[in-house]
Design a protein around this ligand. Sequence first.
Ligand SMILES: NC(=O)c1ccc[n+]([C@@H]2O[C@H](COP(=O)([O-])OP(=O)(O)OC[C@H]3O[C@@H](n4cnc5c(N)ncnc54)[C@H](OP(=O)(O)O)[C@@H]3O)[C@@H](O)[C@H]2O)c1
Length: 254
Amino acid sequence: MRNEVAIVTGASSGIGREIAIQLSRRGYDVVLVARRLDRLEQLAKELPTKSKIIVADLEDLEDCYSLYEQTKQLNCTILINSAGFGAFGSYTEIPLEKELSMIDVNIKSVHVLTKLFLANFKKRNKGYILNVSSVAGVMPAGPYMAAYYASKAYVTSLSSAVSQELAEEKSDVYVGSLCPGPVNTEFNQVAGAAFSLKSIDARTCAVYGVNQMFKKNSLIIPGASIKAAAILAKIAPRKLVIKIAGQQQKKKQG
Ligand SMILES: NC(=O)c1ccc[n+]([C@@H]2O[C@H](COP(=O)([O-])OP(=O)(O)OC[C@H]3O[C@@H](n4cnc5c(N)ncnc54)[C@H](OP(=O)(O)O)[C@@H]3O)[C@@H](O)[C@H]2O)c1
């Protein structure tokens, strides 16, 4: 790999897959990370630049550390944390193990990889870390997807705080979060839900996300209606926003 390298987690499907394609088209070599090897191999064949496949279960912290160890010598300047999933249902009904897995993937792996790669990027004063959060991450809470919303609130909050610290240090390194509304991927199938709102396609989300990342926008919300919803959620009474969020979630049927 002689070009600059982008590492993309969740590259086997959906938003991560499309972001990997966009970055490869921009000339980056890519490291494709997920559990499903066959999907990653298929994607690698379609990319115009070189790629390396790393099969990792990011629920396992050892796999997160190992991913860093296997890539730290590469000329990596971009990390995209897109691996993640949701669980739909009432808080008392969703199995605890499923939520703990979700916390491991959506929060812990993002935290660990951001921490490790940021230290590396800061030494060179160069690099981009884009954490794929969700519009759920800018909402006060999400009944019937309670732990998922909370996990994404963590990702958005962490990314915004680190971004501010970097700005105060006058660092050129970027950390931001991509906060889409519904995107047509395998997400619903995994979460056991159906969208109650109109979705966008993964390519549209990826193109917008990558463009905004290079513009160093630290909070990226694709689509005018989702942006408007995010603004309304900030100014409307918290209780009302949580109630409406819950009503929207309830409309989702697995
Ligand atoms: N779709 C939406 O409406 C939407 C909206 C807002 C935010 N998001 C966020 O966007 C991100 C990508 O989701 P998506 O919509 O593209 O869904 P997706 O099509 O289901 O893709 C999820 C990706 O995460 C990977 N992944 C899941 N668990 C993993 C694990 N334990 N270890 C390694 N990789 C794992 C999957 O790969 P393997 O199964 O091969 O491991 C897959 O590549 C997620 O963080 C999601 O929360 C989605």
